[in-house]
Design a protein around this ligand. Structure first.
Ligand code: ZN
Length: 445
């Protein structure tokens, strides 16, 4: 009983919402935990990501939403339901550190959505994307920026309450940018619609704005802080890689984030912007397209995670080849970014930069997150390392490494299984045969 209460508090430790909200979560968690069946899962192969090894013929005992034991051999016990995965490889649930569940790029229409889609429209659509993501084996995601923060927070909370089916979500809410920067919500609008968004809307200029913006995210209920420290490929602006924050602004964001226990993730394509961010102490660099040797060395020295998002790079490069899909100002940026991200990833891996799995799904299609494994492995990452990137590494980046990302006692019973051996065929990870989240079976083929 006490353990369940602790779980709720720890998974929502950055939410710090009003007392009533926490109380309601505790009540719901108690109800749902007791509703789950006790299960003995017989695993033909079990991937032990902590020790980079594959165990054979194991039994995973699940009670409520947690794994309580991993036992050698196939064991049965009275009162436990047996799940037969003797012909499959069982892994910890996958974790995608970069998605946008509130959107799915479908150009050119996506560019006008901001004018007619309300919060409810976005939330409804997001429930479908969330379900697809979970069924693809992704039991935890980080949502790194939403046009409508309230839709994403509502989705996260509805999933936590068991109302909607989807992955555990750690949500950034509105990303923080500088004026005219990648996440300035008024970029590309005609002048009388642009206004002058400030820290509340996620636009800062100067260190004191930085504090206000981070504190606003705390008030909103964000779990993580997202910054756009360089230009972006899809924004209606010429440069995709210029630095867009000063070092002073970045240091202020990180200091404010530290006060509130936030992990800071930065979107970055250009090397100068990412170096400033790494030196300021951010926790992950997203995309990292034009990362140079100096940036890689800095990331190793600062233990900064790299979240590559090769999937999105490939997707927008494909779109750039199709007539009329992307605006003229975006097309050359999109064409360049796809091939570049994958080769940057390959070099970063060779250099020993810490890597956590992320796709940028929402730019690329939701539910296809597993393709990232293929893109990582085809340029030299061993399968076990790709699996570690999507489990134990991602959990460490989230500061949830004691509860997520491993098949071990006291961890959440988040599991994925495939019948085709992923060590022989990496594409088997793109359509799992079995998915369990928090002890509840989501997919069983
Ligand atoms: Zn993104």
């Amino acid at each position: 009983m006490i353990r369940t209460l602790n779980n709720v508090n720890s998974i929502h430790r950055t939410m710090k919402a009003v007392g009533i909200r926490l109380l309601s979560l505790v009540v719901v968690a108690l109800c749902c935990a007791s509703a789950q069946a006790s299960t003995m899962i017989h695993a033909g192969q079990l991937v032990d990501v902590a020790n980079s090894q594959v165990l054979v013929e194991q039994t995973i005992r699940v009670e409520g939403d947690r794994i309580v034991a991993v036992i050698p051999g196939y064991v049965t016990e009275a009162g436990f339901e047996v799940v037969d995965l003797r012909d499959a490889t069982v892994m910890p649930g996958f974790m995608d550190m970069h998605v946008h569940l509130g959107q799915e790029l479908d150009p050119p229409g996506s560019y006008s959505e901001g004018f007619y889609m309300n919060s409810a429209d976005i939330a409804l659509r997001a429930t479908v994307y969330a379900r697809r993501t979970l069924e693809a084996g992704f039991t935890t995601v980080r949502d790194l920026g939403a046009r409508d923060k309230d839709a994403l927070f509502a989705l996260r909370d509805a999933i936590n309450k068991g109302v909607v089916s989807g992955p555990r979500i750690f949500a950034a809410g509105k990303s923080i940018a500088t004026t005219g920067g990648h996440a300035d919500p008024t970029n590309g609008l005609r002048e009388d619609l642009r206004g002058d968004p400030g820290p509340k809307e996620g636009v800062i200029n100067g260190p004191s704005d930085a504090y206000k913006a981070v504190r606003q995210r705390y008030k909103d209920g964000s779990d993580v802080v997202k910054l756009t420290v360089t230009g972006g490929v899809l924004s209606l602006a010429k440069s995709g890689d210029n630095p867009q924050f000063t070092s002073e602004e970045l240091e202020a964001v990180v200091a404010a984030a530290d006060d509130y226990g936030f992990v800071v993730a930065v979107h970055a394509h250009g090397a100068e912007g990412m170096k400033r961010a790494i030196r300021a102490g951010v926790h992950s660099v997203e995309h990292g397209t034009y990362m140079d040797g100096e940036a890689m060395a800095l990331m190793k020295a600062h233990n900064t995670w790299y979240v590559p998002t090769i999937s999105a790079g490939k997707w927008v490069a494909d779109l750039s080849e199709q007539e009329g899909k992307l605006p003229a100002v975006v097309r050359p940026k999109a064409a360049a970014v796809g091939p570049q991200i994958q080769s940057t990833f390959a070099e970063a891996w060779r250099q020993g930069v810490p890597i956590a799995f992320g796709t940028d799904a929402g730019v690329s299609p939701h539910g296809k997150n597993g393709r990232e494994f293929r893109f990582m492995v085809e340029v030299g990452m061993p399968v076990i390392e790709a699996l570690r990137a999507a489990t134990i590494n991602a959990a460490t980046l989230l500061r949830m490494e004691d509860e997520l990302g491993q098949i071990a006692p006291d961890y959440y019973a988040d599991l994925v299984a495939v019948r085709r051996d992923p060590f022989a065929d990496i594409t088997s990870l793109e359509s799992p045969d079995f998915v369990m989240k928090g002890g509840a079976i989501v997919v069983s083929k």
